[in-house]
Design a protein around this ligand. Structure first.
Ligand SMILES: [Zn+2]
Length: 479
């Protein structure tokens, strides 16, 4: 498994903590210089909470770090727009599944845009990929991993000896033939799980070789990741609560169908807790990004707070910690402003070894991120550097030329951290939001609105292309 990997392009090796095997591994992509990354996306049945957003920011930093190392990244983030939760939510709201999920997809894109999360290359929606899911279940069927019961198809875990290798569950506890129809269940309940669910009254359904029905949640991610990234790819991420059953089942489905390893490295972000307690609606400590921004309108501070704790540690969200994060962001911003001023100033003594210090900073910053994405360590490197540079602006030893070097070093660091104000341009997340709104309009057959959105984007130089895999966008004039 190790021999066929090519070395990474820039710098030393990136070390990542692989949940599969629970150890730190030297990462190198299957194709040199190209990282293929699947990040489990939102189930669009509610407004995502800040715990979900912590995971998405971690994935964004991972992505930006590879880009900063001059690697190409292909990131796929799915939108689960049909599963137990979305169906229940749509029924309760009295909306069609499409209208219900479009609304939540829109707020999702709004929230990740506000946090400066770079858009993934693909945002496949489950409802657009049912044929791929059916094809994958057929492959599992041919290889003897499934059985049918009353129009539903189940994965027989006894046919996959590696079952449990990710989560470490004890298969001895399971009773052969016990099965579970729900998408979510606990470790203690390890059972044969549903790949395809027979239709129920009032539920959306698709035709299949087993009769009308709908996919189970887990098969969605197997089918969509393999479609966009290949049957074997580099990194798959999610939150720790995805390890079982979701990712365990994804491995069983994908490896069961292909007979080869599915993913090289699995990464999982720990939970976010609030004031030391699990976030829950009943405790009143459940926050969406809007809740937080209402009290303190500083998305960069939220992002910084997420980065101040390593992704594998629980993050304790408190208002005090958020204030601390806001103060830290202010320090970075005012340092950036002062450096910019000096870069335009004349007649300064000089003498500060700007190039050397910038190189040292870049090295230690990258080394921290190479070490399983140690963001607090990277922030420490940044503040060390900014302390030196601002001291040199105070005593006049930083000259204009040196300030240009410092400005570039800071920009490179912020390319990963993403806390400095962005250049006023059309943000990709904003475009994704418009596309989601346009899809919603098309679903309710409001073609006037859908055309209006298309024209509005065209005016801003963004061309939309409708493909079987969803709507894509590009800048006018680009290929
Ligand atoms: Zn998933």
């Amino acid at each position: 498994m190790e021999e066929d990997r090519a070395p990474s392009r820039a710098g030393g090796l990136v070390k990542l903590h692989n949940t599969l095997g629970r150890r730190l591994v030297d990462f190198s992509p299957i194709e040199a210089g190209h990282v293929r990354l699947y990040t489990c996306g939102p189930t669009v049945y509610n407004v995502v909470h800040i715990g979900n957003l912590r995971t998405f920011v971690f994935e964004d930093v991972l992505r930006r770090h590879f880009l900063g190392r001059s690697e190409r990244v292909t990131q796929v983030m799915n939108l689960t727009d049909v599963d137990d939760k979305t169906i229940r939510g749509a029924q309760e709201a009295g909306l069609s599944l499409g209208d219900f999920t479009a609304k939540h997809a829109e707020t999702f894109f709004r929230d990740i845009g506000r946090l400066g999360i770079q858009p993934a290359e693909h945002y496949p929606r489950a409802t657009d990929h049912v044929p791929e899911m059916i094809a994958l279940i057929r492959r599992l069927e041919e290889r003897g991993h499934t059985y049918e019961s009353e129009g539903s198809v189940y994965f027989r875990i006894a046919t996959f000896p590696d079952y449990g290798k990710l989560s470490g569950i004890d298969l001895e506890q399971t009773r052969r033939g016990d099965r579970v129809a729900d998408d979510e269940y606990e470790k203690e309940d390890v059972k044969d799980f549903a790949l395809w669910k027979a239709t129920k009254p009032g539920e959306p359904s698709w035709p299949s070789p087993w009769g009308d029905g709908r996919p189970g949640w887990h098969i969605e991610c197997s089918a969509m990741s393999m479609k966009y990234l290949g049957e074997r790819f580099d990194i798959h991420t999610g939150a720790v609560d995805n390890i079982f059953p979701h990712h365990e089942n994804e491995i069983a489905q994908s490896e069961g169908a292909t007979g080869q390893p599915f993913v090289n490295v699995w990464l999982h972000a720990e939970h976010l807790i609030v004031d030391g307690e699990k976030m829950s609606k009943s405790k009143g400590n459940f926050y969406t990004l809007s809740d937080v921004l209402e009290r303190r309108n500083d998305p960069a501070a939220v992002r910084y707070l997420f980065l101040s704790v390593p992704y594998r540690k629980k993050l304790n969200f408190t208002w005090e910690a958020l204030s601390g994060a806001a103060a830290a962001v202010d320090r970075i911003r005012s340092a950036a402003v002062r450096i910019a001023e000096v870069s335009r100033a004349a007649h300064r003594a000089g003498g500060f070894p700007s190039a050397e210090r910038a190189t040292e900073f870049r090295k230690s910053f990258t080394a921290a991120l190479d070490d399983d994405l140690n963001t607090p360590e990277a922030l420490a490197a940044l503040f060390n550097y900014l302390r030196e540079v601002t001291a040199a602006t105070d005593d006049g030893t930083l000259d204009a030329e040196g300030a240009v070097v410092a400005r570039e070093a800071l920009a490179a660091g912020d390319g990963v951290l993403g806390v400095l104000p962005a250049a006023p341009e059309v943000l990709p997340a904003e475009i994704e939001e418009k596309i989601a709104a346009r899809n919603a309009a098309r679903k309710r057959r409001d073609f006037a609105e859908s055309d209006r959105i298309r024209d509005e984007l065209a005016e801003r130089g963004i061309v939309l292309e409708d493909t079987p895999g969803g709507t894509r966008w590009k800048k006018a004039g680009s290929v």
